[in-house]
Design a protein around this ligand. Sequence first.
Ligand code: GLN
Length: 493
Amino acid sequence: MVEKTSRMASELNKLTIADASSKLRAREITATQLTRDCLDRIAAAEPRLHAFITVCEKEALEQARAADARLAAGNAPALCGIPLGIKDIYATKGIRTTCASRILENFVPPFDATVIERLRADGAIFVGKTNMDEFAMGSSTENSAFGPTMNPHDTARVAGGSSGGSAAAVAAHECLGSLGTDTGGSIREPASFCGVVGIKPTYSRVSRYGVVAYASSLDQVGPFARSVRDAAIILRTLAGKDVRDSTCSARPVPDYERALTGDVGRLRIGVPREYFVEGMQPEVEKSIRSALKNYESLGASTVEISLPHTGYAIAAYYLVATAEASANLARYDGIRFGLRVNAEDNIALYETTRAKGFGAEVKRRIMLGTFALSAGYYDAYYLKAQKVRTLIRNDFERAFEKCDLIVTPVAPTTAFKIGEKMNDPLTMYLSDIFTISVNLAGLPGMSIPCGHDSNNLPIGMQLIAPPFAEETILRAGDAFERTGTFKPRTPAV
Ligand code: GLN
């Protein structure tokens, strides 16, 4: 009991990764204490949050013991002993990976995704698999077959999506960092709603081997953390060539932490006219404009830019993403893995398995995508969407002739109420209006907290850079944090 009380009082789970890592390496704390504090916090907060689908207490404590042995031997990597949450879309050897779908409810992968393997090799600890929209399709985590994740700042509101569990878990101190995936905004939007940092790296920067595919020309892997420095530390381990993913770039990985010099003098920041639109919450615009003033006071300059094809982004995205999803999800047929509903012949088996295994939004996407790809419609829909995609990418290329970084809001509003948009898929799709173009263009983007609205809900700012300029984003994000003008609030839960 005494031990428990002193452990509760220590609240090591509230440390940043950078601080925990130096304390671990100085042997001031142990990975086991740190992991226990996270697990205690998970036990206390989960009934109100539901950020996790699976909590891996036993495995996490085993990993912690191994990390402590390695830390005692000296020279351990920065992530050694750091408890992380993993979106339930990553294949984790021996730990079930559901994608928040009934169709994979009991699927236990026999292998690790490349990024999981890399984190393990560094000695990171996995406290559990986080909740998400089914197959990453959604913006609120309400499409999870296992029920929604609640926002730690207000449990009547959504955590964002599709990586809502990963964002909420970090915001609520259930772990120190986490992994998400971002196809159209699924890292940046929940980061914004939960008041944490989230990075979607350049397309091809991080391997996707072992990550369940949603829309392969858009999907990208990335971290959540409570500071830009922490996100940089995780990204450094994730990024880099993988022979098992032919879409993954062989470009050398910079030491992202080194980019955090605090210097943004001479940085030219582009502010796109099309991203400050009518209908957006005035407090969101106010926060972004005041952050821009901050940058100017640090020596950066701002310039108005135009991304003229922004208005076509959602339509293009929902053609490309659904077309690719309809092909990617064909593999869940009841034969190879996951759910099987037996029937008299193969066709009936496929049909009943898929009818029972997939949720409504996933079915909607498969139907839209199959239609867009069907004979006679391909040119009118998929091909046209690809052409619009090129125009969107060209918009960014032209804009980056005038600036080094683009700053925008992440979402038009702060976190909305649970249930508010569930019966209106089109309104839900509009939540991604500011993030989707970045995926279509393959660029890196980051969400960092920059303010609160009158309901105390976090507001996120998006930083966008040219391909492989993650360092610019990280340097600018860290410089903003250092000004200390805005202090993220501790969530209510
Ligand atoms: N909300 C978008 C969608 O539903 C993006 C999701 C994502 O990035 N995975 O497709």
